[in-house]
Write a protein that binds this ligand. Structure first.
Ligand code: NAG
Ligand code: NAG
Ligand code: NAG
Ligand code: NAG
Ligand code: NAG
Ligand code: NAG
Ligand code: NAG
Ligand code: NAG
Ligand code: NAG
Ligand code: NAG
Ligand code: ZN
Length: 536
């Protein structure tokens, strides 16, 4: 049961901090598994075969499930005034009208988790299903303002998960230009009470900069971009030292930075942020085949949550449903290796579910996952066939082989494809950091289709791959059914291939990738993004 708890920023930070002190034991935090009666059959004697599993994928079944998800999203209208499957949506605060046609589904995200759980439960003991419940934070900025001297810079934008200014009131003080990007405590004066830190983007995360300013007792922090665009990012997991933090474009900051470099003239500023950070308990659903070698698992995941503004039928209803359908069809076959499906919660809040899962694996459990495949946004209406540019040079050994599997399949089936950067924007990030080979496919989010891509894939040049990305219109009509079926067959192929054999696929080595170890020593995050938001 998900519990929505609104708390003050401070209480939430305390709660989040104590949640982080949970011991890092792997499987022990799973709730008890309730075994099904042993009478049902695991195997019918048919060996897994990629051609057969692909042939089992039927777009009509995917669409029927998309209609179910749309109803689940619509059932949250009484709570949110519009359809959504955002974490925390569950209809608990409203009385559900049982005469409504949608009332056979629980609303919102909790309804989605219920749906996944019950659909997989129907498959008997072919799968062992577990719920992994964890605390997720979600921020809400109610109001904000920045005044520097007499100016109100247009590009000012508070960071996601920023705390409010003191007492939720404006703070006033001299701007202090922090040298070296503020990545070290020594960049700050000892006591900045009554001052506002002005810090340049780069080298370390926004979280580090805000916390360093907080430890120096600054009243607020302004982080300015190194590019001429609005700096919108997230502070990430709340820390007790975070202070109210607002972003600014390079162009807007330039005159003030120049003025502050001339130490004879002071400059004052007012920062006001009214914000809250909520803690919500939410749930990943994990289903693993009871058959197959449990020491060698192929793992795949999509995310069960949407953003607050819309129903998220493409993002990531499409991946969620592809996984349910592949899991359903797989039950006709015997697998040699274990197959583990995951439906992550709180992806849209910064990859929280997948991150929680990957960081809570014991070393032994980590080694059992031979690879992780991410399936997020399979059906963008103006999309392209994208393969994450996962390589063995940059990523854990095996990521390159997975990329080749996707390339070969698109080629054999007569589809063009393109590579996209593997930069931490979806749930594979935690797996890469944990040293697990990863990859995946997608069809594109808010990015703009180029002329060249339009000539290769069709569709409209100059328009977003998904024009309804993170909006209310990401509904049942926001799906490219051709792409969805093609990609779900490819998901089936990826599952069938590795469920059959890992021959020729690199063995697992280190639990933590050398690159992430090196980067963590330098204090640099492995990726610029955490989900759809910049973190550094
Ligand atoms: C399991 O399979 C056997 C042999 O195919 C069949 O006789 C039996 O009825 C099946 N049991 C269930 C519970 O489906
Ligand atoms: C897991 O979560 C689902 C969906 O909320 C719920 O129906 C089910 O009872 C839970 N199972 C366990 C074992 O807690
Ligand atoms: C099901 O999975 C959980 C979590 O990994 C594990 O603790 C449990 O032993 C499994 N049960 C069966 C019957 O495999
Ligand atoms: C910092 O300065 C303020 C006022 O300037 C003072 O009240 C406070 O005690 C100082 N804090 C520390 C830790 O020195
Ligand atoms: C920054 O971008 C704005 C808006 O596009 C533009 O008006 C301004 O001239 C740019 N400034 C610089 C220094 O490039
Ligand atoms: C610094 O400010 C003073 C007073 O406004 C001015 O005379 C001087 O030229 C400025 N120096 C620089 C390097 O901008
Ligand atoms: C196993 O299931 C598949 C799909 O339902 C069916 O085509 C096949 O005949 C079954 N095989 C056996 C041996 O029962
Ligand atoms: C993919 O990544 C490799 C580095 O691992 C790089 O050399 C290559 O240029 C990238 N390809 C594309 C198309 O981004
Ligand atoms: C692949 O792209 C080429 C252009 O590079 C185009 O001529 C061809 O029709 C495309 N194939 C498909 C199946 O879209
Ligand atoms: C990656 O795996 C291949 C094949 O298993 C092996 O030959 C190679 O040495 C591995 N590379 C690294 C860097 O571990
Ligand atoms: Zn997504």
């Amino acid at each position: 049961m998900a519990i929505l708890r609104t708390c003050t920023a401070l209480a939430c930070i305390a709660a989040a901090a104590s949640a982080r002190q949970l011991p890092l034991v792997a499987d022990d935090n799973y709730p008890a598994y309730v075994p099904l009666p042993p009478s049902s059959n695991i195997s019918n004697g048919t060996a897994i075969d990629t051609k057969k599993l692909q042939a089992d994928i039927d777009i009509k079944k995917l669409v029927a499930r998309a209609e179910d998800l749309a109803k689940i999203a619509e059932a949250s209208i009484p709570e949110y005034n519009h359809p959504t499957r955002v974490i925390g949506s569950q209809g608990e605060h409203v009385s559900i009208d049982l005469s409504m046609p949608n009332s056979d589904f629980h609303p919102g995200h909790l309804g989605t988790v219920d749906y996944i759980y019950s659909e997989i439960s129907k498959l008997g003991d072919y799968y062992n299903i577990t719920n992994q419940t964890f605390p997720a934070v979600s921020g809400n900025v109610i109001e904000s303002r920045l005044v520097i001297g007499y100016d109100v810079p247009k590009s000012a934008e508070p960071f996601s998960l920023t705390p409010a200014t003191k007492r939720h009131e404006p703070v006033y003080g001299n701007l202090h230009l922090v040298p070296n990007g503020g990545c070290s405590a020594s960049d700050f004066p000892r006591n900045m009470t009554g001052q506002i830190a002005l810090i340049k983007r780069g080298t370390c995360s926004f979280s580090d900069k805000s916390a360093n300013a907080g430890r120096a007792l600054a009243d607020a922090a302004i982080i300015y971009n190194n590019e001429n665009s609005t700096l919108s990012g997230t502070l990430g997991t709340p820390l007790p030292d975070h202070i109210a933090t607002i972003g600014l474009s390079a162009a807007d900051a330039a005159p003030y930075v120049a003025r502050l470099l001339n130490s004879t003239r002071k400059l004052d500023a007012i920062v006001y942020i009214d914000a809250t950070v909520d803690e919500i308990m939410t749930t990943n659903v994990i289903a693993q085949t009871t058959a197959g070698d449990p020491e060698n698992c192929v793992m795949l995941g999509g995310h069960s949550d949407s953003v607050a503004p819309g129903p998220g039928i493409n993002d990531d209803g499409s991946g969620t449903i592809s996984l349910i359908e592949v899991a359903t069809q797989l039950t006709k076959y015997d697998v040699n290796n274990c197959v583990r499906f995951a439906w992550w919660a709180a992806e849209e809040e910064g990859l929280l579910g997948s991150d929680y899962y990957a960081t809570h694996l014991s070393a032994a459990e980590n080694q059992k996952i031979r690879l992780f495949m991410d399936y997020d946004m399979m059906s963008s209406p103006n999309g392209v066939y994208q393969i994450y540019n996962a390589t063995n040079e940059e990523n854990p050994n095996g990521s390159g082989e997975l990329r080749e599997l996707y390339e070969n399949w698109y080629e054999e089936n007569g589809h063009n494809y393109t590579f996209i950067t593997f930069d931490g924007r979806s749930d594979y990030a935690g797996f890469l950091t944990a040293g697990i080979p990863s990859g995946g496919i997608a069809t594109g989010a808010e990015g703009i289709k180029s002329k060249k891509e339009a000539s290769i894939f069709g569709g409209e040049a100059g328009a977003q791959y998904d024009p309804c990305y993170h909006q209310l219109c990401d509904d049942i009509n926001n799906l490219d059914l051709t792409a969805w079926e093609v990609n779900t067959k490819l998901i089936a192929h990826s599952v069938a291939t590795y469920a059959k054999s890992f021959d020729g696929f690199p063995k697992r080595t280190a639990a933590i990738s050398e690159r992430s170890l090196a980067d963590s020593k330098k204090g640099t995050p492995l990726f610029k993004y955490k989900g759809n938001e910049l973190i550094m």
